[in-house]
Write a protein that binds this ligand. Sequence first.
Ligand SMILES: Cc1cc2nc3c(=O)[nH]c(=O)nc-3n(C[C@H](O)[C@H](O)[C@H](O)COP(=O)(O)OP(=O)(O)OC[C@H]3O[C@@H](n4cnc5c(N)ncnc54)[C@H](O)[C@@H]3O)c2cc1C
Ligand code: SF4
Length: 560
Amino acid sequence: MSSAYDVCVIGSGAGGGPVAAALAEAGYRVVVLEKGPWFERKDFLKDEIVQVQRDMYTPDTRRDPHVVERRNLRGEVSVDERSQDGWNGSCVGGASNLMTGFFLRLKPVDFRQRSELGAIEGAEVVDWPITYEELEPYYDRVEKEVGVSGRVVAHKNLEPRSSPDFPLKPLRVHPLARELDAACGALGLTSVPVARAVLSAARGGREECAYTGLCGSYGCPTGAKGSSLEAFLPRAVATGRCDVLARTTARRLVSDATGKVVGVDALGPDDKPLRVEASIFVLAATAVESARLLLLSTGPRHPLGLGNGSGLVGRHLMSTTFGAAWGDFPYAEYGARWPWLAGEEPWINRCVQDYYLVDDERLGRRKGGTINFLFMHPNPISSAFNVALERGTPLWGWPLKRRLEYWFRESKHLRLELFCEFLPVAASRVLLDPSVKDAWGSPVARMAWSFHPRNHETATYLLERGQKILERLGARHITRPPYGGESSNLLAGTCRFGDDPQRSVLNRDCRAHEVENLYVTDGSFMPTAGSVPFTFTIYANALRVADRIIAALGGPKSAR
Ligand SMILES: Cc1cc2nc3c(=O)[nH]c(=O)nc-3n(C[C@H](O)[C@H](O)[C@H](O)COP(=O)(O)OP(=O)(O)OC[C@H]3O[C@@H](n4cnc5c(N)ncnc54)[C@H](O)[C@@H]3O)c2cc1C
Ligand code: SF4
């Protein structure tokens, strides 16, 4: 390992992997610092206890917790001081290893919400400094480079595309998807095949999907999932110009009297201290940990934290406004009509985007979201736990056994989940916790969630529409818990990009306004969250920023 690099990337997940691959392939020397271990395909067993219930992918909360503060709509505050929330996947490849891989693009309106839909009192909605058209070529590249499976279907909110269809055919789906298409059609809605960052055919040393069903929350044993671990980091390493340092945690970025970053102080395996020097630094440690690192990295020109002259680092923490409902299809009732119902095919891969924009008498014209359909997660322990508690009073003994039998052996369960606009509010933020420190003496990140009341209104509207689809399909015993708040699997905001240094942390290239050699490429850059899961956008933007960095360094070395 050499001591000085062209580029140092902190975090090897969705924001870090594409930058490492693009820079190394352009001829530059790259080092990636990754806090977590480096797993291989053989480590990704389908064992719920090891992979989900224990902390295989998350730091020990006794040594390295997040503090999570929630303020509900009545203003009541609850605080969890030892939470795993926000540590979604701490290993080489980050949480992209654990994603389900629903890959939906943002739409042009997401880039122009303020201009097209107007200001919202109590929310800091802004236009993005770039347009959909500027990001589109990178979405296209991600589809081809990562390998996205799907099928384009025309619908009223379909975004413009430069390629007519996805590079890989859709994954196999359960026949219930056909019935769902018909039910949506009968309601005047379009059932859209959901593209997936999962290979439907083998390519480049990665096998096709094995349809294991245990996909979200699990690492992929075949390489089919388009994680950073499978889709980007091998490309970077294959150049011979990229070192990936696993179990190496960046503790602080060090800046000099001019304000430039000169190095990263890190702890390697066994807590061995090291300093890594480079010309350019790219932060991609999640919207939570990137903000925390910037706030911890004060310097002579950065008394409030690196690049935090605006005071906005950590502000506008966002997720997706979540909501869910589900219903049953009992085999006893449906078996004769749908003999295939009990089949094992794990995917439905359908969503409805007719309500991406809502135009309603009561709610007016506003951003809505995506209604995504999937089977209930087959994790046996979590499912049994939910079954025991789903009716308010916990079930016990024989009634619980009977209910479990029905759940696991006598019925199929279709679920819908919302990806709904989470309005940016300054009070929703990451800050350094005033009292809780990690095992090495640094304040941990406090995620202080705050919700705009509109989130709730819009999510409820979408849940009502989703419930009508389940009803039309014939689902029994529909359960619709009250509005679900945020989904901490998806994190964005905290370093919003923009053209005005007083009102944003990063410029349009995702370079810190105040630090000439510091870029941020995880979900932090997003000034509004959109109404689809974030990873496709994080990948696309990271490739876009990589192009800017390559240009700043003088272009691809091979081209000189
Ligand atoms: C169960 C689950 C299902 C999901 N499903 C979907 C889906 O279907 N579609 C979708 O679009 N998204 C999905 N996601 C979300 C997706 O995984 C994230 O959006 C994406 O991985 C975020 O990218 P990131 O670069 O911000 O963070 P990550 O990919 O998590 O990468 C950040 C990396 O930085 C490392 N790090 C943190 N601090 C430091 C430090 N100080 N020094 C060094 N390294 C550090 C972390 O260990 C981590 O590896 C899902 C997530 C989960 C958990
Ligand atoms: S093989 Fe398919 S279902 Fe299994 S984890 Fe990989 S992508 Fe998911």
